[in-house]
Ligand binder design. Structure first.
Ligand SMILES: Nc1nc2c(c(=O)[nH]1)N[C@H]1C(S)=C(S)[C@@H](COP(=O)(O)OP(=O)(O)OC[C@H]3O[C@@H](n4cnc5c(=O)[nH]c(N)nc54)[C@H](O)[C@@H]3O)O[C@H]1N2
Ligand SMILES: Nc1nc2c(c(=O)[nH]1)N[C@H]1C(S)=C(S)[C@@H](COP(=O)(O)OP(=O)(O)OC[C@H]3O[C@@H](n4cnc5c(=O)[nH]c(N)nc54)[C@H](O)[C@@H]3O)O[C@H]1N2
Ligand code: SF4
Ligand SMILES: [Mo]
Length: 897
């Protein structure tokens, strides 16, 4: 079969998370889609892919693609658009100075895109007003690393996770956010019995699998790790030799800690004495310990201190850079790490340099730059405040969707409204930010672009193109270089990504002499052919090593033998006095709002929202609320709830669950105005930031809640997407793709029947039932179901949603038509809510298998296929094994468990 395929496979890298899985991809035989599979030769994943990676082929459709440049919403030529951008930037720079222009870029840039954007702004325009969405993601870790190690470097590698005996996950939902790495951990655990501790206020999917879940009070990680640090320093785990030879500042850091009794610590952190004692006991006794941390740590007004509080524990025990040991910042975006290496943040310069005068001069000479920026620029939140204040006259946003992802997001919308000139480069026209563009530039997307990315373990891999760009899409680096050339700058006549990479690699080795650990100087004159063939490698790779050098294929670690990059070449302990989160609950705003990710969607859904498979796992925006809180505010399970504060409002489905603790609620960050009436959660996120890193506290805002007042609720499936006019009158709606159409949750005020008729419009639509406050309307073209809506007055609609979603656009037999009346399938016809999106297995199929005797996750897998590909649904299968049939059958809402 393989031989007959007209297209060869291309080895590339997944464009989603920082695990950086290798993918083999090619256009499908009909040329209409793409086929992907895991690359068994890639050392990140050895062939595995998660649900998002497996569904990549479904997200590459040209639907909603931005195909041509636009000026004020009208099609324009590239020349016209580029001339206008250059004119407006030139005008602002000349009349208002270089700091009156800005760029806001992304960890979804390739390193080559990042390099030219930073060269343009920091070397030629003469401003460091270029920041990246990594500010919202990794900035606190960058500060923590630099303070402790003198350099922003992840000491360990993925092998450490397989060689550890204790893995502590802090503020990380690894099972959903880094699924392939998580599966590597679970596989290693089978063999060596690795203990898994999860520190997260929520009982996440990851926490369900843990040996110990510490449901920490939000924001109290520094308290916890300070106490652990103190305990380690006075225990047998302390490594006196490492501390004496390779560190400084231990005593001062210990003195800064308020010592608290175990019972006080338990009361403060919300973790029981017993669990604290177990955790401390394990951490003291087990040498091979890795502490993995992510957004529960970084996205905090004490994020940098959280990072250093964790690192302190590893330094005092000397557990760093050795097999199975170390602090491990797991990165989010595919090129979050590359962005940090290439100086993507407003307070960095390229190749791990900062704004020290020596560095400014070094880069200035290397670039032959006429106008080097000499001080850091504005960090993301401040940058958009400056836009709102009218200080930024021209702004270029690339590969990020800030009107949805920045805190106080409605203010970002208002800021873009008043900005005199906004350019947005994106792959889709439907991204919310594109609506604010004076000039929209069509960018090539994954599969079309080519360059390099760095994953969480410092491994640089190639992204390679295997599809022709549609329409007039161009690469981001080409657009940046074209504007630079129009501005009259030399040094931007790159012919290819390889050309850019060579320059960047040479800069990393330039006047380095081991002053900077980031050094890939050996690639300074890599040939186009070798660049094309480059296999994944870990940095460093200084000029002395051969390109196929000694490090290739092997894991490289930093700092086991000291050699840090601080001026004294020692690691620094950092004093981290505890500070609570900035917004604290009050009578008016009694709930702490936590936000984050779900398994099958990526950020603002511009790509995963195109896949019916990925939209099936959780099809609706939700708010997790504790049962006691729900009762107190009068919110019934699966009803609608409005969250609000001074910044904004959001309307979401209440998911009543004790997975969150009392007083806290959780909402996903993914939904935008594209797929929901009002579910952009960042509209309510306070723009509080960490003073050292500028990273927003996206996990800790305060809100008030109330039931959303509506008269009726409905669920619909439609072949045609309902247009904006249809949806506008409804207080609530949420849309998701299905295989042959759309599914819609909707709720409103007033007469239900009239509203339902606007959703299924056909004049000959069939009203299927009346009475008891439940109505259904269906429309057919011949035997094909083209629209169906079922509504109930007041209460949530009970219907088998997955079954209905599977019927739309298909021919129905008469017995099935009867089932429509109830919104329920004939017995045996439904697979239930999709649990395993890789294999398309639903909850009902899994429950049937359990009834037939499958008593374990692997037995369910053998019977149904569920959990046998990426494995990220295994903990959900385990939950289904625990519950009774009735519990699941009540309602098959996202909001039901
Ligand atoms: N499916 C999916 N995967 C992704 C992404 C995606 O959009 N979808 N995005 C990628 C990106 S860019 C990133 S940055 C990563 C993020 O990966 P993660 O950081 O794992 O994901 P989040 O869900 O943002 O947050 C993790 C957890 O932090 C917890 N938390 C909140 N407050 C606190 C606190 O005070 N202390 C502690 N200890 N924990 C707290 C939350 O309850 C949440 O479960 O995921 C990457 N992978
Ligand atoms: N409340 C809350 N907010 C958060 C977070 C949270 O946990 N809670 N997490 C934060 C974090 S960690 C992150 S990383 C951010 C992510 O937030 P964003 O970066 O805003 O999210 P994305 O949806 O990934 O936006 C990427 C955009 O770039 C487009 N795009 C994709 N590929 C390309 C390309 O090659 N070129 C161009 N020009 N465009 C492209 C996509 O269509 C999309 O519109 O969100 C942050 N915001
Ligand atoms: S774990 Fe999934 S999303 Fe992350 S890189 Fe691998 S396949 Fe892509
Ligand atoms: Mo991120």
């Amino acid at each position: 079969m393989l031989d007959e395929h007209p297209f060869p496979e291309t080895a590339t890298t997944c464009p989603y998370c920082g695990v950086g899985c290798g993918v083999l991809a090619r256009p499908s035989a009909d040329g209409q889609r793409a086929e992907v599979r895991g690359d068994a030769g890639h050392p990140s994943n050895y062939g595995r892919l998660c649900s998002k990676g497996s569904a990549l082929g479904e997200t590459l459709t040209h639907e909603e693609r931005l195909l041509h440049p636009q000026i004020d919403g009208k099609r324009a030529s590239w020349d016209g658009a580029l001339d206008l951008i250059a004119d407006r930037f030139r005008d602002a720079i000349d009349t208002q100075g270089p700091d009156s222009v800005a760029m806001y870029v992304s960890g979804q840039f390739l390193t080559e895109d990042y390099y030219v954007a930073n060269k343009l702004m920091k070397g030629f325009v003469g401003t460091a007003n270029i920041d990246t969405n990594s500010r919202l993601c990794m900035a606190s870790t960058v500060v923590g690393h630099k303070r402790a190690f003198g350099t922003d470097t992840v000491p360990g590698c993925y092998d450490d996770l397989e060689e550890a005996d204790l893995i502590v996950l802090v503020g990380s939902n690894l099972a959903w956010c880094h699924p392939v790495l998580y599966q590597r951990i679970l596989a290693a655990r089978e063999k060596r019995g690795t203990r898994l501790v999860v520190i997260d206020p929520r009982r996440t999917s990851t926490a369900e699998d843990a040996d110990l879940h510490l449901p920490i009070r939000p924001g109290f990680d520094v308290r916890l790790f300070n106490a652990l640090f103190h305990a380690l320093a006075t225990s047998q785990a302390r490594d006196d030799r490492f501390v004496a030879l390779h560190t400084s500042g231990l005593e001062a850091a210990l003195e800064a800690i308020d010592t608290v009794s175990p019972s006080d610590l338990a009361a403060m952190t919300g973790i029981s004495d017993k669990d604290l004692a177990t955790f401390f006991g394990w951490f003291i006794a087990i040498d091979r310990t890795v502490t993995v941390f992510s957004q529960g740590v970084n996205q905090s007004s004490a994020g940098s201190d959280k990072v250093n509080a964790i690192i302190n524990c590893h330094l005092v025990t000397g557990r760093i850079g050795k097999p199975g040991m170390g602090p491990f910042s797991i990165t989010g975006q595919p090129n979050a790490m590359g962005g940090r290496e290439v100086g993507g943040l407003a307070n960095q310069l390229a190749s791990h340099m900062d704004f020290e005068p020596d560095n400014v001069s070094r880069i200035g000479r290397f670039w032959n730059a006429p106008n080097m920026a000499t001080r850091p620029g504005l960090k993301a939140v401040d940058l958009f405040n400056a836009v709102a204040d009218g200080k930024i006259k021209a702004l270029w946003i690339m590969a990020t969707n800030p009107v949805v992802s920045l805190p106080n997001a409605d203010k970002v919308r208002r800021a873009l409204d008043v900005c005199p000139f906004v350019v947005v480069s994106d792959v889709v026209s439907s991204a919310d930010t594109v609506a604010y563009a004076h000039v929209a530039l069509p960018a090539t997307g994954w599969g079309e672009k080519t360059g390099t990315v760095t994953n969480s373990e410092r491994r640089i891999s190639r992204q390679r193109s295997f599809l022709k760009p549609p329409g007039e899409c161009r690469h981001d680096w080409q657009a940046i270089c074209a504007v630079a050339q129009r501005l009259g700058y030399s040094g931007f006549d790159f012919a290819s990504p390889a050309d850019i990479y060579r320059e960047y690699a040479a800069l990393s080795g330039f006047e380095n002499n081991d002053q900077r650990d980031f050094d890939i100087g050996t690639h300074g004159n890599i040939s186009d052919r070798d660049y094309d063939a480059l296999s994944p490698f870990q940095w460093p790779l200084p000029a002395a090593t051969s390109p196929a050098g000694k490090l290739e294929g092997r894991s490289h670690r930093f700092f086991a033998d000291g050699k840090f990059y601080t001026p004294d070449r020692k690691a620094h302990f950092i004093a981290t006095p505890f500070r609570p989160a900035q917004s604290q609950p009050s009578d008016d705003l009694p709930f702490i709002l936590n936000t984050g990710r779900i398994r099958d969607h990526w950020h603002t859904m511009t790509r995963t929202g195109k896949s019916a498979r990925l939209s099936a796992h959780i099809a609706e925006p939700f708010l997790e609320v504790h049962p006691d809180d729900a009762k107190a505010i009068g919110v019934e399970p699966a009803c609608l709830v409005e969250a609000r504060n001074a910044y904004g409002i959001a309307r979401l489905r209440a998911l009543v669950t004790d997975r969150v603790s009392k007083g806290t609620v959780f909402a996903p960050m993914h939904w935008t105005n594209r797929f929901s009436a009002k579910a952009c959660i960042d509209a309510l996120v306070a723009p509080n930031t960490d003073p050292a890193s500028g990273q927003p506290e996206s996990k800790h805002s305060t809100v008030a809640l109330r039931p959303l007042k509506i008269d009726w609720q409905a669920f619909a499936v439609l072949t045609e997407e309902p247009d904006a006019e249809t949806l506008k009158p409804f207080a609530y709606w949420a849309l998701a793709r299905t295989d042959k159409g759309w599914r819609l949750e909707v709720a409103g005020i007033g007469d239900m029947i009239t509203a339902l008729r606007t959703i299924v419009r056909e004049p000959d639509a069939l009203a299927l039932s009346t009475g008891a406050g439940r109505e259904a309307i269906a429309s057919f073209a011949g035997k094909t179901l083209t629209g169906f809506v079922i509504g109930t007055e007041g209460a949530p609609v009970e219907a088998d949603r997955s079954w209905l979603a599977g019927l739309i656009g298909t021919d129905l037999q008469s017995d099935v038509r009867i089932g429509l009346l109830a919104g329920r399938p004939p017995i045996g016809a439904s697979c239930g809510r999709i649990v395993c999106s890789c294999m398309g297995v639903g909850s009902q199929t899994i429950l049937d298998a359990i009834e037939d005797g499958a008593a374990s996750v692997s037995a369910v897998g053998a019977a149904t296929g569920a959990g046998t590909n990426c494995g990220s649904c295994k903990s959900e299968i385990a939950s289904l094994l625990k519950v009774s049939l009735e519990t699941v059958n009540i309602s098959e809402h996202v909001a039901a468990e």
